[in-house]
Design a protein around this ligand. Structure first.
Ligand code: T3D
Length: 263
């Protein structure tokens, strides 16, 4: 039997999704897209999972849509690309951004096309020194998809976003760090241990507050200050009703470390 296109492992409160088609740099075919959707749903439903780690097997993170499996192949015949994006890709990007637990991306190699969008959809993006990022779309006559035109201007500003998508130059981890695409860069052999340590640390934090933070950040760019203050007030009311808030205050007053339960 062939290996699954996405490996799922859960340990210490962290579910790890490993994109697993290393021979094609984890290009996205149906199996891999289905594996991502199912892995996200499984990790969301499991109360013992309080953080998610996304990475790639082999020397690539994800090379975007599998060009040999139909994407952009004239011989595959006409197809409704918009429908394909809506049905196969968008649910993954939206599930990641709406995921009620933090997602750490460990970008271990090239992240190209929709693979770069996947990396950008993570909450905390960590990279290995040999990681690279490529808005590959114009190289094959396409436009960015899977959220890249939404993420990039917000993350790196308009000047860099335009250059990245129009020039389609591959940038390395040092530039990605300087541009603000990634949080930290590690030596390649340290990336996974560091990413796991980050995810495990986040799995011990107040999970409900993380969910509420993600909700607040997701609407902030469409809001004026007054509206966003109101969003924060509503979210803070919800956070204040959690067991973890009570535990945080109690631990502070008793001068001991907090034991958050994610409730
Ligand atoms: O409905 C829809 O599906 C539309 C959705 C579109 C969303 C998109 O993501 S469009 C963008 C698709 N991705 C690309 O255009 C990137 C294509 N790949 C590359 O440009 C290069 O492979 C990389 C820059 C990513 C890496 O280059 P390099 O030199 O490190 O590796 P390589 O030798 O090119 O690739 C290694 C193998 O992976 C190679 O196979 P081989 O020759 O060893 O048998 C290569 O063909 C394969 N591979 C890499 N990317 C893809 C791929 N196979 C299929 N699809 C790929 N995207």
């Amino acid at each position: 039997m062939s290996e699954p296109a996405v490996l799922y492992a859960a340990e210490g409160g962290v579910a790890t999704l490993t994109m697993n088609r290393p021979e094609v740099l984890n290009a996205l075919n149906d199996g891999l897209l289905t594996g991502l959707r199912e892995g996200l749903a499984r990790a969301k439903a499991d109360d013992t999972v309080r953080a998610l780690l996304l990475t790639g097997a082999g020397r690539g993170f994800c090379a975007g849509a599998d060009l040999a499996a139909g994407a952009g192949m004239p011989q595959a015949g006409p197809r409704d690309v918009a429908q394909s994006l809506r049905e196969r890709y968008h649910p993954i990007i939206l599930a990641m951004r709406q995921f009620p637990k933090p997602i750490v991306g460990a970008v271990n190699g090239v992240a190209a096309g929709a693979g770069m969008s996947l990396a950008l959809a993570c909450d905390i993006v960590l990279a290995g020194e040999s990681a690279s990022f490529l808005q590959a779309f114009t190289r094959i006559g396409l436009v960015p998809d899977c959220g890249s035109t939404w993420f990039l201007p917000r993350m790196v500003g308009d000047v860099r976003a335009r250059a990245l998508v129009m020039l389609a130059d591959k940038i390395g981890s040092a530039d990605a760090l300087q541009y603000g695409l990634v949080w930290k860069v590690y030596a390649d052999d340290q990336l996974l241990p560091e990413a796991m340590a980050t995810a495990m640390k986040m799995a011990q934090m107040p999970t409900r507050a993380y969910d509420l933070i993600k909700q607040g950040l997701s609407v902030s760019s469409g809001n004026g200050l007054g509206d966003q203050l109101e969003v924060e007030a509503l979210l803070q009311g919800l956070a204040m009703a959690t067991e973890d808030h009570k535990e945080g205050v109690t631990a502070f007053l008793k001068k001991r470390p907090a034991q958050f339960k994610g409730r």
